[in-house]
Design a protein around this ligand. Structure first.
Ligand code: GLC
Length: 581
């Protein structure tokens, strides 16, 4: 395959080719023995990441914060949460990244601040304080999104927790202050921002009550009022014009509640768009009951996953650019969610998910531990092990409504286990030693390590074969390494190529074709999303000349190249095809 000429529809950019690895600092690596991960710990693991094939690290927030929401409640944008390190540790981290030709993306959380931020502390002093209108204050009203502040007898808007006050983006001084924050970090050598819930900065200024559409539910949907407001593009374009455009960086907006395709394109359209790409959450909604929110579950089907993929991949034909992810710090583990995390199937399933992501068009984001096929927390853990504010509040609500042992409470326990954000936040499993290697033996980690660390850990997986070896069974880590290498070698096809769904004729099989006009390369990806064997007919117009990778390694790559093939449980396969398009 010739990978010199890019596909014509999309111009190359460094951030399109990037493989971004998200680090959740508290849980990655502790360098000073306090049971909490830190920046020096992350620095000490850069070789591991580089070997995996990652070239950008996205850090979840490391700023000074009371940690009510694990750092998504910032009290000083110019300083670091002391247990994570200092500005000097960040400088060292950036230098070590640069030394390896890697880049840093920071989380920019500017829809809200902690109520301990001096901006808010001043704002709360009096109605006359010059910073009063940096936040959104209203006379007494009775909505759950507003928090009462007795000293000034008004409510402030707090869409997340009462400790997180929403900034008033209508105020130009707030926007200036955000621009300064961004400039500060870019001047330090940061190469991009993941912008937290950034479509919430523009709100309907009338702040109407949300209609009660789901009586009996804890919350009512109000996103038509608090997200994607009329001034969203204006604010983002201003930020781009004043700051971001001067640095050539990567920008990705976390944008829940954004389903409208035209609106999405308005944000990401090449050249005149506001941001390079966005994270949308349609796929994360496939197994959710919309009116019940995060703690709900419904069986999902491959047909719906196809639709979501098809929609996001088609962005490229309209000059947009997709982001690819199956995990982040807000989602359960992908192998537990979309596949089967039992001992028998975990490895095959995590490889299937790897192949899906590594062959799709867009910028790829890998979340820490995804490359090991890390699982959700065990079913045996009680609610006391969950540390996330969202899980804790949910559990309090459950306990106030239902009694122990009731069917409702048992169901809630099951939902917590399936969907809690804690699933992704357990310590990274480095090795089979105490605490999975997050911190030394004898130290209590900030959160319990998943019980499976003696089996599922990086040391064991790194030891299982080299990337280029076609051993009988490579570990998920080695498999990801090889998939990322292939993605890079054939970037025209996998990073930039054209996507087309293949009608698989089997309800559990998701298949797609990638092609690149300018190089005539064609590939197919075939994914059996079930624990049963499934038959798949290789399309006649694209016979495979070689199976490049498969969940069962040599067993997969030895499959027939034409006609019907039998897929094993959770088997994913990528084949290169002979035909020109
Ligand atoms: C985003 C973050 C999440 C956080 C919330 C509030 O959804 O990803 O972790 O709790 O914003 O900042």
């Amino acid at each position: 395959m010739d990978n010199r000429k890019p596909c014509k529809k999309s111009s190359r950019r460094w951030w399109k080719d990037a493989v971004v690895y998200q680090v959740y600092p508290a849980s990655f690596k502790d360098s000073d023995g306090d049971g909490l991960g830190d920046i020096d710990g992350i620095t000490s693991k850069l070789d591991y990441l580089q070997e995996l094939g990652v070239n950008v690290v996205w850090l979840s927030p490391i700023y000074k914060s009371p940690q009510e929401d694990m750092g998504y409640d910032i009290s000083d944008y110019y300083d670091i949460h002391p247990p994570f390190g200092t500005i000097d540790s960040v400088n060292r981290f950036i230098a070590e990244l640069e030394h390896r030709g890697m880049k840093l993306v920071m989380d920019l959380v500017v829809n809200h601040t902690s109520t301990q931020h001096t901006w808010f502390v001043e704002s709360a002093l009096s109605k006359e304080n010059p910073r009063r209108h940096w936040y959104l204050w209203r006379p007494p009203i009775s909505q759950s999104a507003w928090t009462y502040h007795s000293a000034t007898n008004e409510y402030y808007l707090s869409l997340f927790s009462p400790h997180q006050a929403d900034l008033n983006w209508e105020n130009a001084s707030v926007r200036d202050a955000v621009h300064q924050v961004a400039r500060f970090w870019l001047d330090k050598g940061v190469s991009g921002f993941r912008m937290d819930v950034i479509n919430l900065i523009a709100k309907d200024q009338r702040f109407p009550d949300a209609e009660v559409v789901h009586p009996g539910q804890q919350y009512q949907p109000g996103d038509q009022y608090f997200a994607n407001g009329a001034r969203l593009a204006e604010y983002l374009l201003e930020l781009r014009r004043e700051v971001l455009s001067k640095y050539g960086i990567l920008t990705v907006g976390g944008m829940p509640f954004l389903d409208d395709e035209e609106k999405r394109l308005e944000i990401v359209r090449a050249e005149e768009g506001c941001l390079d790409m966005i994270f949308t959450f349609k796929m994360m909604g496939l197994d959710m009951v919309p009116e019940e929110g995060r703690f709900s579950f419904k069986p999902w089907c491959v047909g719906n996953m196809e639709k979501v993929l098809g929609r996001s991949q088609s962005m490229t034909t309209k000059m947009g650019w997709p982001s690819l992810f199956c995990e982040n710090h807000d989602q359960p583990r992908s192998v537990s969610r979309w596949c089967d995390d039992s001992d028998a199937h975990r490895v095959a399933g995590s490889k299937l998910l790897c192949l899906m992501q590594a062959t799709l068009t867009g910028t790829l984001y890998v979340y820490q531990g995804e490359e090991l096929g890390m699982r959700n927390v065990p079913a045996s853990w009680g609610p006391e092990e969950y540390k996330d504010i969202e899980s804790i509040n949910y559990w309090k609500w459950v306990c106030s409504k239902w009694s122990p042992g009731s069917a409702e409470m048992n169901k809630a326990k099951d939902l917590l286990r399936r969907k809690a954000r804690d699933n992704a936040r357990t310590p990274f499993q480095w090795e089979a030693t105490a605490n999975g290697g997050l911190c030394p033996a004898g130290v209590t980690p900030w959160m319990r390590v998943n019980d499976d660390y003696p089996i599922v850990n990086a040391a064991a997986q790194v030891a299982m074969g080299k990337a280029n070896e076609r051993t009988a069974l490579v570990s998920p880590y080695r498999f990801w390494q090889r998939a990322l290498e292939i993605r890079k070698q054939h970037a025209d096809l996998f990073v930039y190529g054209d996507f087309e769904l293949i009608e698989s004729m089997h309800p559990a099989v998701l298949a797609f074709k990638k092609s690149c006009e300018s190089t005539s390369d064609v590939s197919i990806t075939v994914l059996n999303y079930s624990g049963e064997e499934a038959e798949f007919a290789i399309p006649k117009d694209c016979p495979v000349h070689s199976w490049v990778m498969g969940s069962y390694d040599s067993l997969s790559t030895g499959k027939p190249k034409e006609g019907r093939i039998q897929l094993l449980p959770w088997e994913g396969l990528v084949g290169c095809c002979t035909v020109a398009t």
